[in-house]
Design a protein around this ligand. Structure first.
Ligand code: NAD
Length: 419
C-alpha cells in the first residue's frame, strides 16, 4: 500500500519536472530521501509486559532549511508511506514559502488501543529514539493522523529532559499552555477560507452571497465554513460521517457548529433537509465546494455530478487525477490541497518563530501574519496559472503549484552548489 502511494507521489513530481522543464538530476535528488531512521521502541504496558513498536523518521530534503513534518501514529504505516509523506512535505513547505525542508515520522500502532499512560510512554520512547536527529534548527516534528497537542506536550517535555535545555521550538502545534498558539486550532480551516475568498474574487467578484458547500464538517471544514459565512457567503450544505444537512437559503453557521461540537453529528441540526449521502455537498447547487473529509471523494464515478465552478481542497487528495482532468477540461478550477490546506504548517512556522525568540504574539497579530502568507502564496500560483493557461489550456492549478514549488527547490539547490 505504501509503495503504491510513494509511486503516485513520484509520478506527480515527474510530471512537474517535465512540465516545468527542470533537469533530470532534480528528479533524481527528490526521488530519494536524504536519510531514514528506523527505530524500535520498547513500551512497558499496563499489564506488566513489554511490547516493541516499530517507528521511523524520514528526513527527505534539507535544501530549504530544517526538516519539517508531522508524526503519524497508525497501524498501517510502513517506511514507504513515511517516505511518500516526507516527500510531500518538501513540496508543500517549498510552495508555502517557509524556510523548511521536508520530513515525516511514524509509529506503527493503533493509538486507540493504548491507555493514556501507555500512549505517554510510547510518545516519550519515540522521542528518545529519534532525539539524536531532531532539534529546533535541524528537524522539527508536529502532529499528524493519530497524534494530538497532548502528545506533542509529552514529546517536547521528554526532549527538554534529554537535552537539559529549553528548546521549545523543537516541536510545533503544542498546547497553548506549553508555548503553543491559539490560532493553531483553526489555522488550516482559516487558510482554506482565504483560498476560497481569493478564488471567489477572481471568478465571481467576491464571496458575498455565494453558495458554498462543505463535505466533512470537522476541524478543517468547520472553520473554513465559519469564516466564509462571516464574510457573507451562504453555507448551503455540510456533511460529516452521519449525513448531510442542506438549506438552499443558507445554514446558520453558529448553530451548526454548536450542534456539531455538542452532539458530534451535523444531522442533529433542526430546520434543514437531511440527506443520507455524505457526499451530497458535492452535488447540491453551489458556486464553490470545499471537500474537507478524506482522500478520493471526487472520482470518475461521481465527477459529472459535481456542480461548483471552483473546488477548494481542504482534505488531502480528495480529487483523483482523472477526475481533476475532467474538471479542468470543463473549466472548473481546483485549488490544490498543498496550497489550500497549508494554513496548518504555516501556523507551525509562526509558532516556531515565536519559540525561537521567546516572544509571544497576540491571536489577532498571528492571524494577520497567517493571512498575509496565504494570500501571497495563492496569488503567486494563480498569477502563474493565468499566464501559463494561455499557452497550455489544459494545465491545472495543481500543475502550476507543483512547478512553483519545484522552482524554489531547484534555485536553492543550484545556489547551494547541490546540482
Ligand atoms: P477531523 O477528523 O476533525 O474531521 C473530519 C470530518 O470528516 C469529520 O467530521 C468526519 O465525520 C467527516 N467525515 C469522515 N468521513 C466522511 C465522509 N465519507 N463524508 C463526509 N464526511 C466525512 O479531521 P480534519 O483535521 O478536519 O482533517 C480533514 C482532512 O484535512 C484530512 O484529509 C486531513 O489530512 C486534512 N488536513 C488537516 C489538517 C489539520 O490541520 N487538521 C491539515 C492539513 C490537512
Amino acid at each position: 500500500m505504501g509503495y503504491e502511494f510513494l509511486s503516485s507521489v513520484l509520478k506527480t513530481i515527474r510530471r512537474g519536472i517535465e512540465l516545468g522543464g527542470f533537469p533530470e538530476e532534480l528528479y533524481d535528488r527528490l526521488s530519494k530521501p536524504e536519510r531514514i531512521l528506523h527505530v524500535t521502541i520498547p513500551v512497558k504496558m499496563d499489564n506488566g509486559k513489554t511490547m516493541f513498536f516499530e517507528g521511523y523518521r524520514v528526513q527527505h530534503s534539507s535544501a530549504l532549511g530544517p526538516y519539517k513534518g508531522g508524526i503519524r501514529f497508525h497501524e498501517e504505516v510502513d517506511v514507504y508511506t513515511d517516505v511518500a509523506l516526507a516527500t510531500l512535505m518538501t513540496i508543500k513547505n517549498s510552495l508555502a514559502g517557509i524556510p523548511y525542508g521536508g520530513g515525516k515520522g511514524a509509529v506503527k500502532v493503533n493509538p486507540k488501543r493504548l491507555s493514556q499512560s501507555e500512549l505517554e510512554r510510547l510518545s516519550r520512547g519515540y522521542i528518545r529514539a529519534i532525539a539524536p536527529l531532531i532539534g529546533e534548527k535541524t528537524d522539527i516534528p508536529a502532529p499528524d493522523v493519530g497524534t494530538t497537542p497532548q502528545i506533542m506536550a509529552w514529546m517536547v517535555d521528554e526532549y527538554i529532559k534529554i537535552k537539559g535545555v529549553n528548546e521549545a521550538g523543537v516541536i510545533t502545534a503544542k498546547p497553548v499552555e506549553l508555548w503553543g498558539n491559539p490560532v493553531r486550532n483553526y489555522s488550516t480551516g482559516y487558510g482554506c477560507y482565504v483560498c476560497a475568498r481569493e478564488i471567489a474574487k477572481e471568478i465571481f467578484g467576491g464571496l458575498k452571497g455565494l453558495r458554498i458547500s462543505v463535505q466533512g464538517f470537522g476541524n478543517v471544514g468547520m472553520y473554513a465554513a465559519y469564516y466564509c459565512a462571516k464574510d457573507g457567503a451562504k453555507i448551503v450544505a455540510a456533511s460529516d460521517s452521519s449525513g448531510t444537512v442542506y438549506d438552499p437559503e443558507g445554514l446558520n453557521i453558529d448553530k451548526l457548529m454548536k450542534i456539531k461540537n455538542e452532539t458530534g453529528k451535523v444531522i442533529n441540526y433542526e430546520g434543514a433537509k437531511i440527506i443520507e449521502d455524505t457526499k451530497a455537498p458535492l452535488y447540491v447547487d453551489a458556486d464553490i465546494q470545499i471537500p474537507c473529509a478524506l482522500e478520493n471523494q471526487i472520482t470518475m464515478e461521481n465527477v459529472k455530478k459535481v456542480t461548483g465552478k471552483a473546488i477548494v481542497e481542504g482534505a488531502n487528495g480528495p480529487t483523483t487525477p482523472e477526475a481533476e482532468e475532467y474538471l479542468t477540461k470543463k473549466g472548473v478550477i481546483v485549488v490544490p490541497d498543498f496550497l489550500a490546506n497549508a494554513g496548518g504548517v504555516i501556523m507551525s512556522y509562526l509558532e516556531w518563530v515565536e519559540n525561537l525568540q521567546w516572544y509571544i504574539w497576540g491571536e489577532e497579530e498571528t492571524k494577520e501574519k497567517l493571512e498575509k502568507i496565504m494570500v501571497s502564496n495563492f496569488h503567486r500560483v494563480y498569477n502563474k496559472y493565468k499566464e501559463l493557461k494561455d499557452k497550455k489550456p489544459n494545465i491545472s492549478m495543481r500543475d502550476v503549484a507543483m512547478i512553483v514549488a519545484l522552482e524554489r527547490i531547484y534555485n536553492t539547490m543550484k545556489i547551494r552548489g547541490w546540482l
